[in-house]
Design a protein around this ligand. Structure first.
Ligand code: NAP
Ligand code: G4F
Length: 321
């Protein structure tokens, strides 16, 4: 039975990946950090099939022990401070988690078992102020936030440990991917949650920032498959994972409100406090390398994604009521 270790197993991607690997017959281990109350909602129904271990990206010794105890064949690094606005408020902590945390894991692999295959969750935020469209593996990086800068470090240290020490280390440059398990502070889930609450009379207005930002939004369930495919390939490499289409925040809101027969313009208010010191205005990825070499392609359209997120929040809010 192959063994996989997932850091960030309590997050959106960790939860989808854990289910995917369980279905593939893996023994799944998850790294969780200590908190005063457990936050295992996303893995509640598979909790008894995952072996959880406490460790923290900030604590090198805890990572060494984690690898010794879990003995993984594959390590998926999903853990990070992943919210861009927080990275402007906490740039040093973001660097510790999202950048240096990657080196700590790679050092643990070197020390405990250099044969462990490593996946790093890199990000389209690295393209930032984009140099070309669509963005592929050769497009230069120009990050626009401390988060983006930290991810550039994580990306290059992964490449460096592959080249320096022969570790099977892959960097997946994933464009935005969403789901009903997306954190509610990210714009898509903020919108789908608001639509459901407004529909059920629990909220009146929705404050948003930059409505004209464009993103290449895909479904998280599709994207975790690409992570696994990278680690099954015959050689380690870096891949862009994206749908190849982009839409604005405005378009997302338009479709989400229309799902319940409402016009977003009657509910959305602009809040300047939600604008970022520097934003990424547009992203659109070219995943042809992943399609060609891994056989990966997305299965969920933008329209299906919006609908499934709104429908899930409608159900949840109705159940809460
Ligand atoms: P998420 O929902 O915010 O989950 C982040 C996970 O990291 C959580 O499980 C969190 O644990 C954990 N974590 C944070 N700091 C930690 C620390 N110091 N030690 C241990 N665990 C820590 O993020 P996601 O959307 O699933 O994304 C997964 C990864 O992909 C992240 O690295 C993100 O930056 C990257 N990424 C995401 C996207 C996207 O569109 N979703 C695109 C490109 C790249 P708690 O539950 O305890 O907070
Ligand atoms: O949903 P967002 O917060 O995601 P963002 O900044 O693109 O980052 C996400 O995707 C990255 C991949 O490119 C990941 F690496 C990262 O970890 C994270 O998962 O914001 C998307 C856009 C931005 O341009 C933002 O300015 O939506 C705009 N926006 C407009 N109003 C808003 C809001 N974003 C948020 N969070 N909240 C708003 O009210």
């Amino acid at each position: 039975m192959p063994r996989a270790l997932i850091t960030g197993v309590t997050g959106q991607d960790g939860a989808y990946l854990a289910r995917f690997l369980l279905d593939k017959g893996y023994q799944v281990h998850g790294m969780v950090r200590r908190s005063s109350t457990e936050n295992f909602e996303r893995i509640a129904d598979v909790r008894d099939r995952i072996q959880l271990h406490q460790a923290d990206l900030l604590d090198q010794l805890s990572l060494l022990r984690l690898l010794e105890r879990s003995e993984p064949d594959e390590l998926y690094n999903m853990a990070a401070q992943s919210f861009v606005p927080t990275s402007f408020d906490q740039p040093l902590l973001t660097g510790e988690f999202t950048a240096l945390g990657v080196t700590r894991l790679l050092e643990a692999i070197r020390t405990v078992d250099p044969k462990i295959r490593f996946y790093q969750a890199s990000s389209s935020e690295m393209f930032g102020s984009v140099r070309e469209e669509p963005q592929n593996e050769q497009t230069p990086f120009w990050p626009r936030s401390p988060y983006g800068v930290a991810k550039v470090y994580g990306h290059w240290i992964t490449v460096n440990y592959r080249e320096s020490y022969g570790i099977f280390a892959c960097s997946g440059i994933l464009f935005n991917h969403e789901s009903p398990w997306r954190g509610k502070e990210f714009v898509t889930r903020k919108i789908s949650d608001a639509v459901a609450r407004i529909h059920h009379g629990k909220q009146r207005k929705l404050q948003l920032g930059n409505l004209d930002a464009h993103r290449d939004w895909g479904f998280a369930g599709d994207f975790v498959r690409a992570m696994w495919q990278m680690l099954q390939h015959d050689h380690p490499d870096d891949y862009v994972v994206a749908t190849g289409t982009k839409h604005s925040v405005r378009e997302f809101a338009d479709r989400a409100f229309a799902r319940v027969g409402l016009d977003y313009r009657e509910f959305v208010e602009l809040d300047a406090a939600l604008l970022r010191p520097a934003d990424v205005h547009t992203l659109r990825g070219d995943a042809s390398k992943a399609r060609r070499e891994l056989g990966w392609q997305p299965e969920t359209s933008f329209e299906q994604l919006v609908d499934l997120m709104v429908d899930a929040d409608l159900q949840r809010v109705a159940a809460e009521a």
